[in-house]
Design a binder for this molecule. Structure first.
Ligand code: SF4
Ligand code: SF4
Length: 463
């Protein structure tokens, strides 16, 4: 069986078996058995929804510690644009970037810059018109996994361009090798992440063997030290390399806005994303050019590894966007042109970089594959028989989807029974029925029992 890495895991000691998480999971990946939750590996898409809803903090995301950077000669931090919204607006973006650098990094490369490059590449793709409508953003790894497991018919709609994080890592490494003469394996690139799905996409990428990113450190883990460093340090390297376009990616609609088109949908929250994907499958969004779909409500600002309330973070981000746009106004160019020119200074041609196949292209090397999670058996005949049995069991269950059995729905319990992972009596209604039947049988048997004789009768003394 294929093995899967997952950032989202369960701390069994903390789990109280309350079943809060089972119904929120978009891929029915959680069961509660013997009063403990269990994640079905092949179904989990690391969306982090269960981290948010668990009242006992029993679900967590595994990330790398800051100490890990010490194993590399040259260390680069890749901050997600969502980082800027975590701090009071008195901290300018460059102050935040310098604070991050002072945690032990040699350089900082904004992922917002990578986002601008992806925007540029997507615009080119739309201009060419050679794609399946609607084009679906591939920036959110939880959404890409969702498509892999639940909506395989939409795989061809995905934008097959590396994510801003990957693009930034590739560029940061190339820049460092060129300027500092260190080899690829001496450079450690660390994403400062708001979400668990990004961690999984680094440790187990879906469209290639290895990510260009070496580790992921959660925003939560660096937040306090970063805040402290910003207050103490007066260091000021010029670390801002992104324009407003890239920073906007942190909140819903930010990516789509940069494409310069009107007919797009920006949807956030994994359950809303599912509804939109169902509409696409029904062919009802034919007129839509582009779908920006983000698993977290509030986009990356609402990621489970952030610190600040997503709405407050969004309001703070506006200042950074405005400041970045002001710089653009002064130079009278849009931010993509400015940053494109910056790239040129490093002798990189944007079009060559993005669209050619000269070894540094940011197009996916291969397409992602469907990861079937519903297959009941490898043998097609057995699978049909099992499906038949599943339908019969399901029809026999009460259909209340109460979750008391530890499965998210009656159908999921029926499937578990067919797979040999549960029993019909896990359903409390079926258990009650069974107990009632047993009680009836017992009373019937009791009526057939010979009368109880007292001692004298048994010895025949009564004759
Ligand atoms: S929400 Fe899920 S993981 Fe958390 S305590 Fe309840 S059953 Fe356990
Ligand atoms: S991370 Fe998402 S997909 Fe995975 S178990 Fe939790 S809710 Fe389900």
């Amino acid at each position: 069986m294929e093995s899967y890495f997952h950032s989202v895991t369960l701390d069994e000691k903390k789990c109280k078996g309350c079943t809060n998480c089972i119904k929120r999971c978009p891929t029915e990946a959680i069961r509660v058995r013997k009063s403990k939750a269990r994640i079905i590996n092949e179904r989990c898409i690391d969306c982090g929804e269960c981290i948010r809803v668990c009242p006992y903090h029993a679900k967590k995301a595994i990330t790398d510690s800051l100490d890990m950077i010490k194993s590399f000669k040259y260390k680069i931090a890749l901050p997600a644009p969502a980082l800027y919204g975590q701090f009071d607006t008195k901290y300018a973006r460059n102050k935040i970037l310098n604070g991050l650098k002072s945690l032990g990094f040699d350089d900082v490369f904004e992922v917002a810059r990578g986002a601008e490059i992806v925007t540029y590449a997507t615009r080119k793709l739309i201009e060419k018109g050679d794609y399946k409508k609607p084009l679906i953003s591939s920036a959110c790894p939880a959404v890409v996994r969702l498509i892999q497991v639940r909506f395989p018919s939409l795989i061809d709609n995905l934008v097959k361009i590396e994510s801003p994080m990957e693009v930034s890592a590739i560029l940061a490494k190339r820049k460092t090798m060129k300027l500092h003469h260190v080899s690829d394996d001496e450079i450690g690139v660390f994403f400062i992440t708001p979400c668990a799905a990004k961690v999984t996409s680094i440790k187990a990428p879906y469209e290639k063997d290895k990510s260009a990113v070496d580790g992921a450190i959660s925003i939560r883990d660096v937040y306090l030290r970063l805040l402290n460093n910003m207050d103490k340090s007066n260091e000021s390297f010029e670390l801002e390399i992104s324009g407003a376009e890239g920073i906007k990616w942190a909140s819903p609609g930010g990516e789509a806005l940069g494409l310069g088109i009107d007919n797009y949908i920006a949807v956030d929250g994994i359950h809303n994303v599912i509804k939109i994907f169902e509409e696409i499958e029904k062919d009802r969004l034919k007129d839509v050019e582009f779908v920006e779909a983000l698993a977290c409500t509030g986009g990356c600002l609402g990621g489970p590894l952030t610190v600040e309330n997503a709405y407050l973070a969004k309001s703070r981000l506006k200042k950074h966007i405005k400041d970045a746009a002001k710089v653009n106004d002064v130079i009278k160019m849009d931010s993509l042109t400015i940053t494109a020119q910056k790239e040129m200074k490093n002798e990189i041609n944007m079009d060559d970089l993005l669209l050619s196949d000269n070894g540094i292209s940011f197009q996916w090397k291969e397409n992602i594959k469907h990861r079937p999670i519903m297959k009941l058996d490898e043998d097609i005949l057995k699978a049909i028989q099992k499906l038949d049995a599943l339908e019969k069991i399901n029809n026999n269950l009460p259909g209340l989807d109460c979750g008391a059995c530890g499965a998210p729905s009656c159908r999921a319990l029926a499937e578990d029974i067919v797979r040999g992972m549960a029993d019909e009596t896990d359903c409390i209604f079926k258990l009650r029925e069974r107990v009632r039947q047993l009680a009836l049988q017992m009373s019937e048997l009791e009526s057939k029992m010979p009368p109880v004789l007292d001692k004298e009768q048994a010895n025949g003394d009564g004759e």
